[in-house]
Ligand binder design. Structure first.
Ligand code: S3P
Length: 439
């Protein structure tokens, strides 16, 4: 059993300086998946060397792909082509990573071999029907537990998947990407229609590999006609990791932080929009396009935030940032209202309940609702909170320390390593008084 990590954050301080947070998690996963089934050698820079992306990397090694690195964020993938993956000799273990499991289920449904996908306790409790149901409509055969969770037993149906037009009931980039990957192995066309825009890294990266994909508003269409040609990928910093410092610098008086080379794809920038609506000072500097993805440096200084009603259309564009946005809301004057965010209940933890519980322990007036939260700005106290093994909850409560009246102890922080292993080091360099201990 691996060691439990506890974070302890001392109250007060500010964040100041310049930093570059690690590579984007979503793009890192996709770089391995598409690089592996491309023809030729793909070089990736800025790859996220954290447990989730490494789980995807290991899964493709287990399917016979030669992958060098990662070393300093550089990975070299010797692509085997669309039909070159080999049967793994054991179940593919995907740790905590929902993205790995949901995207791989689509990619593996149309292979010439069977696979089994497993994960840790959190991943094994997360809903997989959202992918296995539409995949079944395509002719896939995937067995789940009775409650629709992993392990997934996937029968390879090479040549026997058929394209569908799928009107997605939820706004989910994982579901969309899963079906597009399956569509690369299906007869005819596969079209996804999303209810609201979600991150489009799969579509952009497919285009970068030269694979035909049609996009028309909320529709994306793909077919088996095409091949991926190896390419160079430069992964920008993850805005979802940058978000902790965007909030930290906003709430702590005297803060002044620049975050370099952050991905600002418009399907990911909801956190900037929401913070600006709350009165944050965030400047987007040197905007540029790197490898088909918009990138910029973000400069943020402290400001007095005010409570807002979060516009529902921004929810999917900030879906991973709500734990830390709830901390921003606790520090704002007045009430912040979130609704239309039921998806937060099925992330790495139930992020509505877990954040409400922790904020209440710290004395914050936070009321969970079925699909969101009501938070009245309240001084943050001191206490001991549970992250429930959820990386973003652990980091969000660390940031709360900047405005707390006493120390905050955060339990079960080992999964910070799934997305942001450098968090403690970068946060302390910027000024957060954060210590961790192993138990
Ligand atoms: C992701 C999509 C989102 C997000 C997750 C990463 C992706 O999940 O929460 O962290 O890389 O496609 P959903 O598709 O479930 O919204």
């Amino acid at each position: 059993m691996s060691k439990l990590i506890t974070f302890e954050v001392q109250p007060g301080g500010k964040l100041a300086g310049q930093t570059r947070v690690p590579g984007d998690k979503s793009m890192s996963h996709r770089s391995i998946m598409l690089g592996s089934i491309a023809e030729g050698v793909t070089h990736v820079k800025g790859f996220l060397q954290a447990e989730d992306a490494l789980a995807t990397l290991q899964a493709f090694r287990d399917m016979g792909v030669v992958i060098e690195g990662p070393e300093n964020g550089e990975v070299t993938i010797h692509g085997v082509g669309k039909h070159g993956l080999k049967a793994p000799t054991k179940p593919l273990y995907l740790g905590n990573s929902g993205t790995s499991m949901r995207l791989l289920s689509g990619l593996l449904a149309g292979q010439a071999f069977d696979t089994v996908l497993t994960g840790d306790k959190s991943l094994s409790g997360r809903p997989m029907k959202r992918v296995t149901a539409p995949l079944a409509q395509m002719g896939a055969e995937i067995a789940t537990t009775e409650s629709g969770t992993a392990p997934l037993h996937i029968k390879g149906k090479a040549g026997n998947l058929k394209g569908i037009e799928y009107v997605m009931p939820i706004a989910s980039a994982q579901v969309k990407s899963c079906l597009l990957l399956a569509g690369m192995y299906a007869q005819g066309q596969t079209t996804t229609i999303e209810p609201a825009p979600t991150r489009d890294h799969t579509e952009r990266m497919l285009a970068g590999f030269g694979y035909p994909i049609k996009q028309d508003g909320n529709k994306a269409t793909i077919s088996a006609e095409g091949k991926l040609t190896a390419t160079e990928i430069d992964v920008p910093s993850d805005i979802s990791s940058a978000a902790f410092f965007l909030v930290g610098a906003s709430i702590a008086a005297g803060s002044d932080v620049t975050l370099k080379h952050v991905g600002i794809n418009p399907t990911r920038t909801g956190v900037i929009d929401i913070l600006r609506l709350m009165g944050a000072n965030i400047e987007v500097l040197n905007p540029r396009v790197v490898g088909g993805e918009p990138v910029a440096d973000l400069h943020v200084t402290a400001s007095q935030l005010k409570g807002i009603d979060i516009p529902e259309e921004l929810v999917p564009l900030a879906i991973d940032e709500f734990p830390v946005l709830f901390v921003a809301a606790a520090c704002a004057i007045g009430q912040t209202r979130l609704s239309g965010a039921k998806e937060l209940r099925v992330k790495e933890s139930d992020r509505i309940q877990v954040m409400a519980d922790g904020l209440q322990i710290l004395g914050v007036d936070a009321q969970p609702t079925e699909d969101g939260m009501l938070i009245n700005g309240t001084p943050i106290g001191s206490g001991s909170v549970e992250s429930h093994g959820d990386h973003r909850i652990a980091m969000a409560f660390s940031i709360a320390g900047l405005r707390a009246s006493g120390p905050i102890t955060i339990h079960d922080c080992e999964n910070v390593n799934t997305s942001f292993p450098e968090f403690k080091d970068l946060a302390t360099q910027l000024g957060l008084q954060l210590a961790s201990r192993e138990e």
